[in-house]
Design a protein around this ligand. Structure first.
Ligand SMILES: [Zn+2]
Length: 357
């Protein structure tokens, strides 16, 4: 028999090793098939706080189906380790949850994810959105500083998944790559974006139509600090904000790639191209979920830049499992963008099916 004091490196007997692998495989199988493991996973990684009022003064409150329940001493609400987490209200096993994370890393479609997880597309869709909704806090904590490049990314509104009776306009036939119209119409979504010399970045939906100084003030300014230099193209909306905020602003003239001091927008332009490819993987992202996908784009870049592929899944899972989400099966199709489609299309005066009273 193997001595417990022996370390794995010291075991050279192949039969002993095979026995050990069997024991480990059985243990992994046990964890993968169970849901209790998720609870343990969460508790290993985070402090025990109440999901409602965030108080850390909580008491144990009995067990249910092997799961420890708790009660908050402040607000008296009862909860367990899964409450408000990605894993709340799912009957999925640990293995299926891991597959969901893996499918997101591989940019698989919902249909393919559902096949791999052996669940319905709606279940796969809901879990994906629960997971990526948790990225918001992480992404918003990335603050740009030093040398910063700013630009905007424009894309068409996509009303995929909007019920007929909620449509603000007639549905459009899908075009392969958006429309090629020149200029920026008021029906284009403006995504303000930036990156800095330390690989921090942000992509935020700021409204529709060409970028305005208000959009920059509301969505760009909060994301930057300790500015050394800001490089943009020659839009005047940046100029007025720069004056107000005392930025050292370098603007690249249109039609040129660089100025005399070799300031350029190469990195941010390249990120825009990568975002194009990323979004096309999902065959048209609905605008109401677009911000979540932009967060995912930033997060996957961050993983790629900081970790080997083999560590990415674990980091992704561990970061997400301690976060709270309010997305569930019923509200997953709500509009999570900061856009009001009725306002954007109000000039259409379109009343679908129902006549307003
Ligand atoms: Zn509480």
């Amino acid at each position: 028999m193997m001595k417990s004091t022996l370390s794995i490196e010291e075991i050279n007997d192949i039969d002993e090793l095979r026995k050990l692998i069997n024991i480990l495989n059985n243990k992994i199988e046990l964890i993968e098939s169970g849901k209790k493991a998720l609870c343990d996973l969460i508790f290993r990684k985070c402090k025990l706080i109440c999901p409602s009022c965030h108080s850390n003064s909580v008491n144990k409150n009995g067990k249910y189906k092997g799961k420890q329940n708790y009660i908050c001493k402040e607000c008296k609400k009862k909860f367990n380790g899964l409450t408000n987490s990605v894993f709340h209200h799912t009957h999925l096993s640990f293995k299926q949850i891991e597959q969901a994370f893996e499918c997101i890393l591989h940019l698989f479609s919902i249909r393919k994810t559902a096949q791999i997880m052996k669940v319905s597309t709606k279940t796969a869709f809901t879990l994906r959105h629960k997971i990526i909704s948790c990225l918001k806090d992480i992404i918003n904590s990335f603050i740009l500083n030093g040398d910063i490049k700013l630009d905007e990314y424009y894309t068409s509104i996509n009303l995929k998944g909007t019920k007929k009776e909620n449509m603000p306009r007639m549905s459009k036939k899908r075009t392969s790559h958006g429309n090629k119209k020149r200029g920026i119409s008021s029906h284009k979504i403006c995504i303000v974006s930036g990156c800095d010399e330390f690989d921090n970045m942000f992509f935020t939906i700021s409204g529709t139509g060409p970028v305005t100084s208000d959009m920059i003030k509301n969505y760009v300014v909060p994301r930057i600090r300790n500015v050394k230099k800001i490089i943009t193209d020659c839009k005047s909306s940046y100029e007025s904000v720069a004056k107000e905020k005392n930025w050292n602003l370098k603007q690249i003239k249109s039609g040129t790639y660089t100025d005399d001091d070799n300031n350029n927008l190469a990195e941010i332009n390249s990120l825009h191209q990568q975002l194009d490819i990323f979004l096309s993987n999902f065959r048209g992202v609905s605008t109401k979920h677009l911000q979540q996908y932009l967060d995912l784009f930033c997060f996957l870049k961050y993983l790629n830049w900081t970790l080997d592929y083999s560590d990415q899944l674990i980091k992704f899972r561990n970061k997400i499992c301690i976060k709270n989400t309010d997305i569930n099966y019923l509200n997953v199709c709500d509009n999570y963008s900061n856009l009001n489609f009725y306002d954007i299309y109000k000039d259409y005066n379109f009343h679908p099916l129902k006549t307003t009273t």
